[in-house]
Design a protein around this ligand. Structure first.
Ligand code: NAD
Ligand code: UDP
Length: 326
């Protein structure tokens, strides 16, 4: 059980999801240490949080041997969110991605085990690969190409899950595995190459929205606040998981591009670009487990989530006049 004011170490806390996790934990009265190498995150994501005396940012690469780690205090819980997460990022950083999934996860598990802390792993729907089962339940083993262009990410996460399960079995580590599905919202990097930042920045600048391949591939996107609520519900529970955390509203990529066009009121057209190799053709979580065991389900609809995200991008990447249009 989580205790009030507990010290939580958030590895990868200066990234998109991690910064929102840190923020929510701080608001709940926890003491938060964010450990991040800033390889894909930024200090700017947590700059406001640094005003709190209960928050600390430690810039450090968690793949370094544990004996070289700085003193980050005794954790009650460890969230391991560190990993490049967008295809563009993990494909330009393949070895770093495998290393943080392997060595980084082992170090984080050791830290949690030594202090009898609860350990939460940010795994991913990518463990299901290009799924043959639809929607995806936690019992599905997946369909992953071990040497394909996404393998550095998919296999790192599959290994990380296996390692967490092994620590739980052999060392009694208190683990929780979250399989997070596509999440979007404020603080995504405009240049991370993912569909939502691309479509929004394209729509706001009047450039054509780049739909890859046929555009009939599907994704189920979850607003960041809902994802964070799901992660915290899992953390507070005694489940080991894996548990799917995602929004089951499934749309084609083309439909998502049209939604962004409609909300922004842009004059941008839609253009077709080459599809990515091994791009999963469909993705939708079955969240029965989270609903029944955690009492969690997403609350923020697509339109509301896109409105908030577009407004944030307009304010932070393109000027107030674009925000006014959203
Ligand atoms: P992100 O790139 O914004 O955040 C990852 C953070 O980890 C960054 O701040 C980065 O600097 C840090 N990091 C990476 N390697 C590190 C290392 N060796 N040492 C210390 N810090 C390191 O990505 P995100 O979208 O916020 O994703 C966070 C986590 O959630 C990742 O583990 C990702 O795999 C998982 N996830 C994300 C999504 C999504 O839709 N965003 C979906 C499924 C799973
Ligand atoms: N995609 C797209 N246009 C873009 C970027 C991505 O059509 O500018 C597609 C991509 O090919 C995939 C889907 O959108 O089918 C989601 O891609 P993203 O990189 O956001 O995340 P993924 O779920 O693939 O990790």
């Amino acid at each position: 059980m989580v205790s009030a004011g507990e010290h939580v170490i958030v590895i990868g806390g200066a990234g998109f999801i991690g910064s929102h996790v840190c923020e929510r934990l701080l608001h709940r009265g926890h003491q938060v240490t964010c450990v991040d190498s800033l390889i894909t995150g930024s200090a700017g994501n947590v700059s406001v949080l640094r005003r709190s005396e209960n928050f600390r940012l430690v810039e450090f690469d968690v793949t370094s041997p544990l004996r070289e780690w700085p003193d980050i205090g005794v954790p009650g819980s460890v969230f391991h969110l560190a990993s490049p997460a967008s295809p563009r990022d993990y494909q330009r950083l393949p070895i770093e991605t495998l290393r943080v999934g392997a060595r980084g996860t082992e170090n984080a598990l050791e830290l949690a085990t030594r202090h009898s802390a609860r350990f939460l792993l940010a795994s991913t729907s990518e463990v299901y690969g290009d799924p043959a089962e639809h929607p995806q339940r936690e019992s599905y083993w997946g369909n992953v190409n071990p040497v394909g262009p996404r393998s550095m990410y998919d296999e790192a996460k599959r290994y990380a899950e296996a390692l967490a399960v092994a620590y739980h079995a052999k060392r009694g580590t208190n683990i929780a595995i979250a399989r997070i599905f596509n999440t979007y919202g404020p603080r995504m990097r405009a240049d991370d190459g993912r569909m939502i930042p691309n479509f929004i920045t394209q729509a706001l600048s009047g450039a054509p929205l780049t739909v890859a391949g046929t555009g009939t591939q599907t994704r189920s996107i979850c607003y960041i606040d809902d994802t964070v609520s799901g992660l915290l519900a899992l953390w507070r529970s005694d489940l080991t998981g894996p548990v799917n955390i995602g929004n089951p509203q499934e749309l084609t990529v083309r439909q998502l591009a049209e939604e962004v066009r409609a909300i922004t009121g842009t004059a941008s057209t839609v253009t077709t670009v080459a599809g990515a190799a091994d791009d999963p053709r469909r993705r939708c979580p079955d969240i029965t487990l989270a609903r029944t065991e955690l009492g969690w389900e997403p609350e923020i609809g697509l339109r509301e989530g896109l409105h908030r995200t577009i407004a944030w991008f307009a304010r932070n990447t393109g000027g107030a006049e674009k925000a006014a249009r959203t």
